[in-house]
Ligand binder design. Structure first.
Ligand SMILES: C[S@@+](CC[C@H](N)C(=O)[O-])C[C@H]1O[C@@H](n2cnc3c(N)ncnc32)[C@H](O)[C@@H]1O
Length: 328
Protein backbone atom coordinates (compact mmCIF):
# COMPACT_ATOMS: atom_id res chain seq x y z
CA UNK A 1 0.00 0.00 0.00
CA UNK A 2 1.39 3.42 -0.92
CA UNK A 3 0.30 6.49 0.98
CA UNK A 4 0.63 9.83 -0.76
CA UNK A 5 0.80 13.02 1.23
CA UNK A 6 -2.31 15.19 1.51
CA UNK A 7 -2.57 17.88 -1.10
CA UNK A 8 -5.09 20.67 -1.63
CA UNK A 9 -8.02 19.76 -3.85
CA UNK A 10 -7.49 20.97 -7.39
CA UNK A 11 -10.61 22.61 -8.76
CA UNK A 12 -11.54 21.42 -12.20
CA UNK A 13 -12.87 24.40 -14.17
CA UNK A 14 -15.00 22.01 -16.21
CA UNK A 15 -17.01 21.10 -13.11
CA UNK A 16 -17.91 24.67 -12.14
CA UNK A 17 -21.29 24.34 -13.85
CA UNK A 18 -21.92 20.65 -13.07
CA UNK A 19 -25.55 20.35 -11.93
CA UNK A 20 -26.90 18.69 -8.81
CA UNK A 21 -30.49 17.70 -8.33
CA UNK A 22 -30.84 16.09 -4.95
CA UNK A 23 -29.60 17.73 -1.75
CA UNK A 24 -27.90 14.96 0.23
CA UNK A 25 -25.75 14.90 3.34
CA UNK A 26 -22.38 13.35 2.53
CA UNK A 27 -22.51 14.38 -1.12
CA UNK A 28 -19.16 14.04 -2.84
CA UNK A 29 -19.61 17.14 -5.01
CA UNK A 30 -16.38 18.69 -3.75
CA UNK A 31 -14.34 15.51 -3.77
CA UNK A 32 -15.50 14.77 -7.30
CA UNK A 33 -12.81 17.24 -8.43
CA UNK A 34 -10.19 14.78 -7.17
CA UNK A 35 -12.04 11.60 -8.12
CA UNK A 36 -12.92 12.06 -11.80
CA UNK A 37 -9.28 12.51 -12.92
CA UNK A 38 -8.80 8.93 -11.69
CA UNK A 39 -11.31 7.51 -14.16
CA UNK A 40 -9.38 6.09 -17.13
CA UNK A 41 -10.36 7.57 -20.50
CA UNK A 42 -11.33 4.08 -21.72
CA UNK A 43 -13.89 3.59 -18.92
CA UNK A 44 -16.92 1.81 -20.35
CA UNK A 45 -19.40 2.18 -17.48
CA UNK A 46 -18.94 4.14 -14.27
CA UNK A 47 -20.94 2.24 -11.65
CA UNK A 48 -21.91 4.20 -8.53
CA UNK A 49 -23.60 1.70 -6.18
CA UNK A 50 -23.78 3.92 -3.07
CA UNK A 51 -25.30 6.65 -5.20
CA UNK A 52 -26.99 9.05 -2.75
CA UNK A 53 -26.95 12.24 -4.81
CA UNK A 54 -24.70 10.55 -7.43
CA UNK A 55 -22.17 13.39 -7.36
CA UNK A 56 -19.39 11.41 -9.01
CA UNK A 57 -21.57 9.99 -11.80
CA UNK A 58 -22.85 13.49 -12.54
CA UNK A 59 -19.30 14.91 -12.61
CA UNK A 60 -18.07 12.10 -14.86
CA UNK A 61 -20.94 12.44 -17.31
CA UNK A 62 -20.64 16.23 -17.27
CA UNK A 63 -17.02 15.85 -18.38
CA UNK A 64 -17.96 13.03 -20.75
CA UNK A 65 -15.55 10.60 -19.08
CA UNK A 66 -16.53 7.01 -19.87
CA UNK A 67 -19.28 5.78 -22.16
CA UNK A 68 -22.10 5.83 -19.62
CA UNK A 69 -22.90 5.60 -15.90
CA UNK A 70 -25.20 3.49 -13.73
CA UNK A 71 -26.35 4.73 -10.35
CA UNK A 72 -27.84 2.51 -7.66
CA UNK A 73 -28.49 2.55 -3.94
CA UNK A 74 -30.18 0.22 -1.47
CA UNK A 75 -32.64 3.01 -0.59
CA UNK A 76 -35.58 2.22 -2.87
CA UNK A 77 -37.56 5.48 -2.47
CA UNK A 78 -34.38 7.40 -3.28
CA UNK A 79 -33.86 5.38 -6.45
CA UNK A 80 -37.50 5.88 -7.42
CA UNK A 81 -36.83 9.60 -7.10
CA UNK A 82 -33.76 9.23 -9.33
CA UNK A 83 -35.79 7.30 -11.90
CA UNK A 84 -38.26 10.15 -12.00
CA UNK A 85 -35.49 12.77 -12.29
CA UNK A 86 -34.21 10.94 -15.36
CA UNK A 87 -37.55 10.06 -16.94
CA UNK A 88 -39.76 13.08 -16.27
CA UNK A 89 -37.86 16.06 -14.84
CA UNK A 90 -40.51 18.55 -15.96
CA UNK A 91 -43.43 16.76 -14.27
CA UNK A 92 -41.30 16.27 -11.15
CA UNK A 93 -40.49 20.00 -11.14
CA UNK A 94 -44.23 20.76 -11.46
CA UNK A 95 -45.01 18.56 -8.44
CA UNK A 96 -42.21 20.15 -6.39
CA UNK A 97 -43.43 23.61 -7.31
CA UNK A 98 -46.94 22.77 -6.10
CA UNK A 99 -45.67 21.48 -2.74
CA UNK A 100 -43.35 24.46 -2.33
CA UNK A 101 -46.16 26.99 -2.81
CA UNK A 102 -48.67 25.06 -0.71
CA UNK A 103 -46.27 25.09 2.25
CA UNK A 104 -46.15 28.89 2.52
CA UNK A 105 -49.20 29.30 4.79
CA UNK A 106 -47.71 27.07 7.51
CA UNK A 107 -44.31 25.59 6.53
CA UNK A 108 -43.84 23.46 9.66
CA UNK A 109 -47.28 21.84 9.60
CA UNK A 110 -47.00 21.34 5.86
CA UNK A 111 -43.61 19.63 6.18
CA UNK A 112 -45.05 17.25 8.77
CA UNK A 113 -47.98 16.44 6.51
CA UNK A 114 -45.71 15.71 3.53
CA UNK A 115 -43.52 13.53 5.71
CA UNK A 116 -46.54 11.51 6.85
CA UNK A 117 -47.69 11.18 3.26
CA UNK A 118 -44.22 10.13 2.09
CA UNK A 119 -44.04 7.44 4.76
CA UNK A 120 -47.34 6.05 3.50
CA UNK A 121 -46.78 6.35 -0.25
CA UNK A 122 -43.03 6.78 -0.95
CA UNK A 123 -43.95 9.26 -3.69
CA UNK A 124 -40.74 10.62 -5.23
CA UNK A 125 -41.74 14.29 -5.27
CA UNK A 126 -42.51 14.14 -1.55
CA UNK A 127 -38.98 12.82 -0.92
CA UNK A 128 -37.51 15.59 -3.06
CA UNK A 129 -39.40 18.19 -1.02
CA UNK A 130 -38.34 16.58 2.28
CA UNK A 131 -34.67 16.48 1.24
CA UNK A 132 -34.84 20.10 0.14
CA UNK A 133 -36.33 21.19 3.46
CA UNK A 134 -34.99 18.86 6.14
CA UNK A 135 -32.14 19.59 8.54
CA UNK A 136 -28.75 19.20 6.80
CA UNK A 137 -30.38 17.35 3.88
CA UNK A 138 -29.82 14.30 6.09
CA UNK A 139 -31.85 11.17 5.47
CA UNK A 140 -32.88 9.78 8.86
CA UNK A 141 -35.13 6.79 9.40
CA UNK A 142 -36.75 5.37 12.50
CA UNK A 143 -36.71 1.68 13.35
CA UNK A 144 -39.71 1.02 11.14
CA UNK A 145 -38.09 2.64 8.13
CA UNK A 146 -40.15 5.84 8.48
CA UNK A 147 -38.43 9.07 7.43
CA UNK A 148 -38.20 11.05 10.67
CA UNK A 149 -35.84 13.95 10.02
CA UNK A 150 -37.26 17.33 11.03
CA UNK A 151 -37.51 20.51 8.96
CA UNK A 152 -34.88 23.22 8.86
CA UNK A 153 -37.00 26.07 10.17
CA UNK A 154 -34.77 28.74 8.63
CA UNK A 155 -35.19 27.52 5.07
CA UNK A 156 -38.07 26.76 2.76
CA UNK A 157 -36.08 24.64 0.33
CA UNK A 158 -34.78 25.56 -3.11
CA UNK A 159 -37.10 27.88 -5.00
CA UNK A 160 -39.15 26.11 -7.65
CA UNK A 161 -37.41 27.85 -10.56
CA UNK A 162 -33.96 26.86 -9.26
CA UNK A 163 -35.09 23.28 -8.66
CA UNK A 164 -36.59 23.11 -12.17
CA UNK A 165 -33.30 24.23 -13.71
CA UNK A 166 -31.31 21.73 -11.64
CA UNK A 167 -33.60 18.82 -12.45
CA UNK A 168 -33.54 19.58 -16.19
CA UNK A 169 -29.75 19.97 -16.25
CA UNK A 170 -29.18 16.79 -14.25
CA UNK A 171 -31.52 14.76 -16.47
CA UNK A 172 -29.65 16.10 -19.50
CA UNK A 173 -26.22 15.25 -18.09
CA UNK A 174 -27.33 11.76 -17.03
CA UNK A 175 -29.24 11.09 -20.24
CA UNK A 176 -28.98 7.40 -21.19
CA UNK A 177 -27.81 6.36 -17.69
CA UNK A 178 -29.57 3.66 -15.67
CA UNK A 179 -30.84 4.16 -12.10
CA UNK A 180 -31.96 1.18 -10.02
CA UNK A 181 -32.28 -0.20 -6.51
CA UNK A 182 -29.61 -2.74 -5.56
CA UNK A 183 -27.26 -3.84 -2.86
CA UNK A 184 -23.71 -2.66 -3.63
CA UNK A 185 -22.39 -6.25 -3.50
CA UNK A 186 -24.45 -7.27 -6.52
CA UNK A 187 -23.29 -4.26 -8.51
CA UNK A 188 -19.64 -4.74 -7.57
CA UNK A 189 -19.69 -8.39 -8.61
CA UNK A 190 -21.29 -7.50 -11.96
CA UNK A 191 -18.51 -5.09 -13.02
CA UNK A 192 -16.76 -5.91 -16.29
CA UNK A 193 -13.02 -5.30 -16.83
CA UNK A 194 -13.58 -2.03 -18.71
CA UNK A 195 -15.91 -0.63 -16.02
CA UNK A 196 -14.95 1.42 -12.97
CA UNK A 197 -16.90 1.21 -9.70
CA UNK A 198 -16.94 4.17 -7.32
CA UNK A 199 -17.82 3.06 -3.79
CA UNK A 200 -18.88 5.57 -1.12
CA UNK A 201 -20.30 3.49 1.72
CA UNK A 202 -21.70 5.02 4.92
CA UNK A 203 -18.86 5.76 7.27
CA UNK A 204 -18.05 3.29 9.98
CA UNK A 205 -19.99 3.99 13.11
CA UNK A 206 -22.55 6.43 11.72
CA UNK A 207 -25.39 3.96 11.83
CA UNK A 208 -28.56 5.44 13.35
CA UNK A 209 -31.08 2.65 13.50
CA UNK A 210 -29.17 -0.57 13.23
CA UNK A 211 -32.13 -2.66 12.33
CA UNK A 212 -33.12 -0.67 9.29
CA UNK A 213 -31.43 -1.45 6.04
CA UNK A 214 -31.03 2.13 4.75
CA UNK A 215 -29.11 3.18 7.78
CA UNK A 216 -27.43 0.01 8.97
CA UNK A 217 -23.70 0.53 8.93
CA UNK A 218 -22.00 -1.91 6.58
CA UNK A 219 -20.70 -4.91 8.46
CA UNK A 220 -16.96 -4.42 8.02
CA UNK A 221 -15.94 -8.06 7.62
CA UNK A 222 -18.46 -8.74 4.88
CA UNK A 223 -17.48 -5.50 3.14
CA UNK A 224 -13.77 -6.39 3.22
CA UNK A 225 -14.62 -9.86 1.87
CA UNK A 226 -16.49 -8.30 -1.09
CA UNK A 227 -13.50 -6.03 -1.76
CA UNK A 228 -11.14 -9.02 -1.65
CA UNK A 229 -13.27 -10.82 -4.25
CA UNK A 230 -13.34 -7.73 -6.45
CA UNK A 231 -9.55 -7.38 -6.25
CA UNK A 232 -9.19 -11.07 -7.20
CA UNK A 233 -11.46 -10.51 -10.23
CA UNK A 234 -9.27 -7.54 -11.31
CA UNK A 235 -12.15 -5.14 -10.90
CA UNK A 236 -11.26 -1.46 -11.22
CA UNK A 237 -12.69 0.36 -8.24
CA UNK A 238 -12.26 3.55 -6.22
CA UNK A 239 -13.36 3.62 -2.62
CA UNK A 240 -13.97 6.51 -0.24
CA UNK A 241 -13.52 5.12 3.23
CA UNK A 242 -12.94 6.60 6.68
CA UNK A 243 -11.15 9.83 7.22
CA UNK A 244 -8.85 11.91 9.27
CA UNK A 245 -9.22 15.41 10.62
CA UNK A 246 -6.39 17.69 11.63
CA UNK A 247 -7.26 20.41 14.10
CA UNK A 248 -5.12 23.47 13.75
CA UNK A 249 -4.40 25.44 16.92
CA UNK A 250 -7.54 26.59 18.76
CA UNK A 251 -7.78 29.93 20.53
CA UNK A 252 -6.13 28.21 23.47
CA UNK A 253 -3.27 27.14 21.22
CA UNK A 254 -3.69 23.38 21.41
CA UNK A 255 -3.59 21.25 18.26
CA UNK A 256 -4.95 17.79 17.72
CA UNK A 257 -5.22 15.08 15.14
CA UNK A 258 -8.21 12.81 15.13
CA UNK A 259 -8.85 9.75 13.08
CA UNK A 260 -12.09 7.95 12.57
CA UNK A 261 -12.55 4.54 11.07
CA UNK A 262 -9.98 1.75 10.81
CA UNK A 263 -7.82 1.65 7.69
CA UNK A 264 -8.48 -1.22 5.33
CA UNK A 265 -6.25 -4.31 5.55
CA UNK A 266 -2.93 -3.96 3.70
CA UNK A 267 -3.32 -7.47 2.22
CA UNK A 268 -5.93 -6.07 -0.21
CA UNK A 269 -3.05 -4.29 -1.97
CA UNK A 270 -5.01 -1.06 -2.46
CA UNK A 271 -3.34 2.22 -3.28
CA UNK A 272 -4.25 4.58 -0.45
CA UNK A 273 -4.54 8.33 -1.13
CA UNK A 274 -5.29 11.11 1.29
CA UNK A 275 -7.54 13.79 -0.18
CA UNK A 276 -7.85 17.16 1.45
CA UNK A 277 -11.57 17.82 1.74
CA UNK A 278 -11.19 21.38 3.03
CA UNK A 279 -12.05 23.11 6.28
CA UNK A 280 -15.07 22.34 8.40
CA UNK A 281 -17.28 25.41 8.80
CA UNK A 282 -18.49 24.24 12.22
CA UNK A 283 -14.91 23.97 13.45
CA UNK A 284 -14.14 27.43 12.10
CA UNK A 285 -17.10 28.80 14.10
CA UNK A 286 -15.59 27.17 17.18
CA UNK A 287 -12.33 29.02 16.61
CA UNK A 288 -10.46 26.03 15.17
CA UNK A 289 -9.25 25.46 11.66
CA UNK A 290 -10.01 21.83 11.10
CA UNK A 291 -9.08 20.27 7.80
CA UNK A 292 -10.73 17.03 6.89
CA UNK A 293 -8.63 14.57 4.96
CA UNK A 294 -10.53 11.76 3.31
CA UNK A 295 -9.11 8.42 2.36
CA UNK A 296 -9.48 7.24 -1.19
CA UNK A 297 -8.38 3.73 -2.12
CA UNK A 298 -7.71 2.45 -5.63
CA UNK A 299 -7.86 -1.23 -6.53
CA UNK A 300 -4.68 -2.73 -8.00
CA UNK A 301 -6.38 -3.16 -11.39
CA UNK A 302 -7.34 0.52 -11.53
CA UNK A 303 -3.91 1.74 -10.35
CA UNK A 304 -2.28 -0.39 -13.05
CA UNK A 305 -4.71 0.90 -15.69
CA UNK A 306 -3.72 4.46 -14.77
CA UNK A 307 0.01 3.65 -15.02
CA UNK A 308 0.95 3.12 -11.34
CA UNK A 309 1.25 5.37 -8.26
CA UNK A 310 3.34 8.09 -9.90
CA UNK A 311 0.90 8.42 -12.77
CA UNK A 312 -1.97 8.54 -10.25
CA UNK A 313 -0.27 11.38 -8.43
CA UNK A 314 0.34 13.19 -11.72
CA UNK A 315 -3.32 12.73 -12.73
CA UNK A 316 -4.33 14.49 -9.52
CA UNK A 317 -1.83 17.30 -9.55
CA UNK A 318 -1.15 17.86 -13.27
CA UNK A 319 -2.88 20.58 -15.24
CA UNK A 320 -4.82 18.75 -17.92
CA UNK A 321 -6.85 15.70 -16.87
CA UNK A 322 -10.58 16.20 -16.69
CA UNK A 323 -10.15 19.94 -16.85
CA UNK A 324 -12.86 20.84 -19.28
CA UNK A 325 -15.83 19.06 -20.79
CA UNK A 326 -15.44 17.53 -24.20
CA UNK A 327 -17.70 19.00 -26.88
CA UNK A 328 -21.12 17.35 -26.97
C1 LIG B 1 -22.21 8.36 2.04
S1 LIG B 1 -23.74 8.08 1.18
C2 LIG B 1 -23.25 8.29 -0.51
C3 LIG B 1 -23.19 9.73 -0.90
C4 LIG B 1 -22.90 9.93 -2.39
N1 LIG B 1 -21.53 9.61 -2.72
C5 LIG B 1 -23.20 11.34 -2.84
O1 LIG B 1 -22.37 11.99 -3.48
O2 LIG B 1 -24.29 11.83 -2.51
C6 LIG B 1 -23.93 6.35 1.35
C7 LIG B 1 -25.14 5.76 0.61
O3 LIG B 1 -25.04 4.33 0.71
C8 LIG B 1 -26.35 3.81 0.72
N2 LIG B 1 -26.23 2.42 1.22
C9 LIG B 1 -26.10 1.97 2.49
N3 LIG B 1 -25.95 0.63 2.52
C10 LIG B 1 -25.97 0.21 1.23
C11 LIG B 1 -25.86 -1.07 0.59
N4 LIG B 1 -25.71 -2.19 1.30
N5 LIG B 1 -25.90 -1.13 -0.76
C12 LIG B 1 -26.08 0.01 -1.50
N6 LIG B 1 -26.22 1.26 -0.95
C13 LIG B 1 -26.16 1.35 0.39
C14 LIG B 1 -27.14 4.77 1.58
O4 LIG B 1 -28.52 4.70 1.28
C15 LIG B 1 -26.50 6.12 1.16
O5 LIG B 1 -27.26 6.74 0.15
Amino acid sequence: MVVLAPFPPRRLPGLSDAPHAIPYQGSKRQLAHAIVPLLPPDTARLLEPFAGSAAVAIAARHLRIGDTAEISDVNEPLMRLWQRVLAEPVALADDYERLWHEQLADPKAYYDAVRTRFNQTHEPHCLLYLLARCVKAAVRYNRDGGFNQGPDRRRLGARPAAMRTRLAATARVLSGCRAYTADYADVLSSAEPADVVYLDPPYQGVSQARDHRYMAGLPREAFVARLREAVARNTSFLLSYDGLSYDGPSREGDAAERTYGDPLPAELGLLHLHLDAGTSSQATLNGRHTRTVESLYLSPALAARLGGPDAVHAALTGPAAGGSPAPR
